[in-house]
Design a protein around this ligand. Structure first.
Ligand SMILES: Nc1ncnc2c1ncn2[C@@H]1O[C@H](COP(=O)(O)OP(=O)(O)O)[C@@H](O)[C@H]1O
Ligand SMILES: [Mg+2]
Length: 260
């Protein structure tokens, strides 16, 4: 839901990222408003994941500015950007496969706790106090994404869809302002996709989130997003509400037309 003040949470200006001869991003400028669900679509290789990586600090832009919550963050390391409130999931799921679902979420929480990740691993006396509160919170998050019954299941033993849900719970554990989801519905069937879409909307409400999402399923995106940006060969060719994106001639030519 958009806030009354309609504040800008993310401001990217003229972002360019070169990989050797490839311009993965070429002068992309966009704002994301507090509380909105902002979608990113475009053909494979268009630069969507690179934009995520620039925002999350996994890669630095070759040029351009990124402001989050009013402060410049371009070039900061990922853990500092996480602390400022940007949490993301990965196109290729990255869980600790040998740990339970619960432990995966508890580790996600440690950007916020005093003891930090090392304390979480060593479980020294200092962290034990924090631990029961952490556990309770982690269980609540598992409940919210619908997999609490799998708290003690190893991440590797969860179904693909549940692993994607666990990634979301883990991202939420850091109490982000912005939740960035890279192809969260990939590999899900129609029913799972539908449920996931409802879940994203619910989580926005519960946690007061702003959501940035990448997905190939354009219909799914149109039903979910407040606004959608379209990337093609590293350039943003459109940014608008879904109804306008659907009939935008450049988008239809570059992307939608190809798929129909
Ligand atoms: N770490 C990297 N090193 C070299 N080239 C990369 C790297 N990441 C992305 N690219 C290239 O940048 C372009 C955009 O990739 P990506 O952002 O992953 O696209 P999308 O997520 O839209 O499919 C592609 O040509 C890809 O091969
Ligand atoms: Mg990608």
């Amino acid at each position: 839901m958009k806030t009354d003040t309609d504040q800008t949470l993310v401001s990217m200006e003229h972002i360019t990222r070169q990989f050797g001869g490839v311009r993965a991003l070429n002068g992309v400028t966009l704002n994301i408003t507090q509380g909105e669900i902002f979608g990113l679509i475009g053909p494979n290789g268009a630069g969507k994941t690179t934009l995520f990586n620039v925002l999350a600090g996994t890669i630095a832009p070759s040029a351009g500015r990124v402001e989050f919550d009013g402060k410049e963050i371009a070039g900061l390391p990922p853990h500092q950007i996480l602390q400022r409130g940007v949490a993301r999931t990965f196109q290729n799921i990255r869980l600790f496969n040998g740990l339970s679902a619960l432990d995966n979420v508890m580790i996600g929480r440690h950007s916020r706790t005093h003891a930090g990740l090392w304390g979480a691993i060593t479980r020294n006396a200092h962290t034990r106090q924090e631990e029961s509160a952490l556990r309770e919170r982690a269980e609540l998050l598992l409940e919210q994404v619908g997999i609490r019954r799998h708290s003690n299941t190893l991440a590797s033993n969860l179904s693909y869809g549940d692993q994607r849900r666990l990634e979301i719970a883990r991202a939420l554990a850091s109490e982000p302002k912005l939740l960035a989801l890279d192809e969260p519905a990939a590999g899900m069937n129609l029913a799972e996709r539908q449920t996931l879409r409802e879940l994203i909307v619910q989580l926005r409400e519960i946690h007061g989130l702003t959501v940035l999402v990448i997905e190939h399923d354009v219909k799914w995106m149109m039903a979910l997003c407040d606004r959608i940006a379209v990337l093609d060969f590293g350039e943003m060719i459109a940014l608008d509400v879904p109804e306008a994106i659907r009939v935008n001639p450049r988008v239809v030519t570059a992307y939608l037309g190809r798929r129909e």
